[in-house]
Design a protein around this ligand. Structure first.
Ligand code: UT7
Length: 338
């Protein structure tokens, strides 16, 4: 018996939307608890300010706002979305998923929906999956959300993380397209360094000994290990993604890497020999590191600052806890329909 299949088609990012919580937190509000300085944080990371959600603003509150902007800009309604992929590591429930909570908020309770755990690479993993779902006609309009409320899982007294992580959500809608709008994804892991970024302790530790003095699970990070890995390993990933897209650095218009550290961004741009004509996203300066949200937020900010980049080519690279990574060249969304 021969099973039936359908001819593949092309997909692209139709729109992007972002949401940053209104509270802006400057370095000066953080430094005392971690014996640091505004100057150190700016020099070592590029971060000047970040957005932190209030106690009563949830991860899904932020995600819903970003999603609604992306759906409207695509000229669609929530009913048109048939799949939701929510990349996050900070939804405080194992089940049901954050993606299905978004569905109920949008008033569309029938679309396929699931969460994706690939930390700071989660958004690029989601773009890869959405591309293949649309290409193979499993889905027509996929909402890919990257969202985090990292302030819930960051120890404000931890000198290695308190100044980096922040809150926010970004979303894109990926749908069918005449031409190739998303090139093949280059992805993988280096799980030997699995302990370089962790969220500890596990919930099982509470279950096994409820009387023990166990702290809340917060993110911890071996900064230098991750920094070195990102700087040496991610430039070849970017170059492979360009090769997979069949373009050279001279044909690239924008570079939108995960916003982990401005020094990593500069180093990758230098290693890949990106020409000055390539616009580089530096949203980290005012948004901090928002893990899965960082690339769609940086994309939204770059397009606001440089509207001429709508429809142009961009290299995305996400990397983080696992350690895992994914990179792809995409055509940036067209000028919003609304
Ligand atoms: O999003 C997931 C992926 N994550 C990343 O890509 C993060 C990658 N790593 C980094 O961005 C950097 O490693 C950090 C920004 C986290 C840290 O910067 P660093 O340049 O690697 O700092 P370090 O740990 O090597 O410490 C350098 C110095 C040390 O002092 P001495 O020994 O040179 O006197 C530290 O004690 O800076 C000191 N230090 C600090 N000083 C002020 C470390 N943390 C702080 C701090 N404030 N918060």
């Amino acid at each position: 018996m021969t099973l039936q299949t359908t001819a593949p088609r092309n997909a692209r990012i139709l729109s992007v939307g972002g949401y940053r919580p209104p509270r802006v937190v400057p370095n000066s509000e953080i430094v005392d608890r971690i014996d640091s300085t505004d100057e150190w944080i700016q020099q070592r990371t590029g971060i000047m300010t970040r957005h932190i959600a209030s106690a009563d603003e949830s991860l899904v509150d932020m995600a819903e706002k970003a999603a609604r902007v992306a759906i409207t800009r695509a000229g669609l309604t929530p009913e048109d979305i048939d799949t939701v992929i929510f990349a996050t590591i900070t939804y405080p429930y194992q089940a049901p998923s954050a993606a299905t909570e978004v569905l109920t908020r949008l008033g569309n309770t029938h679309a396929a929906a699931f969460d994706l755990s690939a930390a700071c690479a989660g958004f690029c993993y989601g773009v890869a999956l959405a591309n293949d779902l649309v290409r193979n006609r499993t889905a027509n309009n996929v909402l890919v959300i990257g969202g985090e409320k990292l302030s819930d899982f960051t120890d404000p007294d931890d000198r290695a993380t308190a100044f980096i992580f922040a809150d926010g959500a970004g979303a894109v809608v990926i749908g069918a397209s005449e031409s190739v709008g998303i090139a093949p994804t280059v992805w993988g892991a280096n799980a030997e360094t699995r302990d370089a970024i962790t969220m500890q302790p596990s919930w099982i530790d509470y279950k096994q000994d409820p009387t023990a003095d166990i702290k809340w699970p917060d993110i911890s990070q071996q900064g230098q290990t991750v920094f070195r890995w990102a700087v040496y390993e991610m430039a070849p990933v970017g170059l492979k993604a360009l090769e997979a897209a069949g373009i050279t650095v001279d044909q690239l218009d924008a570079f939108i890497p995960h916003q982990a550290n401005e020094r990593i961004i500069d180093s990758l741009a230098k290693s890949m020999k990106l020409p000055d004509s390539v616009a580089i996203a530096r949203d980290i300066r005012t948004t901090g590191n928002t893990s899965a949200a960082s690339i769609p937020l940086a994309m939204d900010a770059l397009l606001t600052e440089h509207p001429e980049l709508h429809g142009k080519t961009a290299l995305l690279i996400g990397f983080g806890a696992g350690l895992v990574f994914a990179g792809q060249v995409v055509e940036l969304p067209p000028v919003p329909k609304k």
